[in-house]
Design a protein around this ligand. Structure first.
Ligand SMILES: *Cc1c(COP(=O)(O)O)cnc(C)c1O
Length: 476
């Protein structure tokens, strides 16, 4: 029911409410969540809060209104380009997140191909099937045809298969450093070389690795080159709000030169409201996240990022060793940094995820194959021993063996059959109800296994899509 109160709520009531809701929402502070939140630690976070608050009401749309924000943006781009060995021609913009950075790179590829290379629609973008869904979302919005190509056995993009997928309509090859699901870095060198030989653009999605891999390389870890040192790489996306430890709402999209970047801008000169120019997808742009991002990048410097990367990587290596030591869990491929996934032939992996959740640990779920996923970050440092102890105990538990199919697996097998039998309206309403139950957090223990088993085993992907659509609508 929609309603809006007549009298306002007092400062003190809202202050109290904030304290109580945050207790639950800041559960990640205990360091038992792997992913989503990238926090540099309370001491360092003071610098982000100070700048964030100072610029909360500023707008970065008109460059003449808040000149310091324009300066900060240039500094963020300069520092970020330096991390990935961009020469003085490399430039970019600050965006709101990885999704917008990827959207921008695809828009630039489309407009550059159309205007400079005189290519015509339908435009095709070649994507390894491990790329982030943001690429598919951008293709959808920009009316581009996504051409997904299966990755190799080691879960890295397959340059040969990508080359074979090139047609006269191809405008862009893409790859990840690393991909989100398995944390492995694609063979950027080979893929970008193919693009260069064919006169195509090549985008590297370093949303996850951009603020981590350069420092791991400094520390002596074996990291394949993925950046502007490779001549065929024409754009790179990097999320400052992940391992850059900026607050949420900051990513950077870098281009090899200004000619490419200008294809991102939008100018309208005929409006009665004045000449309108905008550099990103947004109109009014927030000042807080950008100011805070620039502050933390200056505050940490190369040494600060290196120190954080070292701590995170040491924790990751311990966790990887602990997982392997269980003897029943297998890490997928050989991830280069702090993102990894693991499966099992003998234990019920989603049930393990739920059992870990009961002990307070939050891991992501993957499908095809069913796996658990971890993004290790600064908050997890120091929690590795407790995590390894718990996962070792659970991995040897007879209850989680695949010999005993869990209730949720049976339910999902049944559900798959039912989706073909039950009238659509019933499925729709059930999905909406599930969504609203989920949003009340009533399905916490044991719930995710049911949901993910359901998703991974339903063969009718179209009806699953509809169910998820209704579920989300129910949640909101
Ligand atoms: C997080 C991520 C994205 C999307 O970024 P958002 O900030 O969530 O929009 C894209 N690619 C990769 C590899 C990511 O890890």
């Amino acid at each position: 029911m929609n309603s809006f109160q007549k009298k306002g709520t007092s400062f003190s009531v809202l202050e109290k409410e904030l304290k109580s809701v945050m207790e639950r929402d800041r559960i990640w502070e205990n360091g038992k969540t792997f992913g989503f939140v990238y926090h540099p630690g309370n001491e360092i976070a003071q610098i982000t809060s100070m700048y964030y608050n100072a610029y909360m009401y500023n707008s970065n749309l008109n460059p003449f209104i808040s000149p310091s924000l324009r300066k900060y943006e240039k500094e963020i781009i300069g520092m970020t380009a330096a991390m990935v060995h961009g020469n003085s021609k490399v430039t970019g913009t600050v965006t709101t997140g990885g999704t917008e950075s990827i959207f921008s790179a695809l828009k630039v590829a489309r407009d550059y191909s159309r205007e400079v290379k005189k290519a015509s629609a339908p435009f095709e973008v070649i994507l390894p099937d491990t790329v982030h869904p943001a690429f598919l979302k951008a293709c959808h919005i920009l009316c581009l045809n996504p051409v997904t190509v299966p990755v190799r056995k080691d879960k890295r993009a397959d340059p040969e298969a990508m080359e074979k997928a090139i047609t006269a309509n191809t405008i862009l090859l893409t790859c990840s450093a690393p991909c989100f699901p398995y944390g492995v870095v694609d063979p950027v060198q080979d893929i970008s070389e193919i693009a260069r030989n064919k006169g195509l653009l090549c985008h590297v999605d370093a949303c996850m690795g951009g603020y981590m891999l350069p420092f791991l390389e400094d520390l002596g870890f074996k990291i394949p080159i993925f950046d502007f040192r490779i001549p065929g790489v024409t754009s790179i996306s990097m999320d400052a709000h992940k391992y850059g430890y900026a607050p949420k709402g900051v990513s950077v999209i870098l281009y090899r030169d200004h000619e490419l970047r200008m294809k991102q801008f939008f100018i309208y000169t005929d409006w009665c409201g004045g000449i309108y120019g905008s550099t990103t997808f947004q109109g009014t742009r927030e000042g807080g996240p950008m100011a805070a991002c620039r502050a933390i990048m200056c505050h940490l410097g190369r040494e600060g990022y290196r120190k954080l990367a070292k701590e995170v990587m040491e924790t990751t290596l311990k966790i990887k060793a602990g997982i392997t030591r269980t003897g029943v869990l297998n890490i997928i491929s050989d991830p280069e940094m702090s993102v990894l996934a693991f499966t099992s032939d003998t234990i019920n992996i989603y049930a393990l995820g739920d059992a870990l959740k009961v002990r307070g640990w939050n891991l992501d779920r993957l499908q095809f194959p069913k796996a658990l996923h971890m993004t290790v970050n600064r908050l997890n440092v120091g929690k590795e021993d407790a995590f390894i102890k718990d996962i070792t105990e659970l991995a040897s538990s007879e209850k989680l063996s695949i010999k005993h199919p869990v209730q949720s697996e049976l339910t999902s097998k049944l559900a798959d059959k039912l989706t073909n039998l039950i009238p659509e309206g019933v499925i729709k309403n059930t999905a909406r109800l599930t969504g609203s139950i989920l949003s009340d957090n009533k399905l916490e223990n044991g719930g995710m296994a049911s949901l993910y088993n359901l998703s991974a085993s339903i063969k009718n992907r179209k009806s699953l899509k509809k169910m998820v659509l209704n579920m989300i609508d129910g949640m909101y």
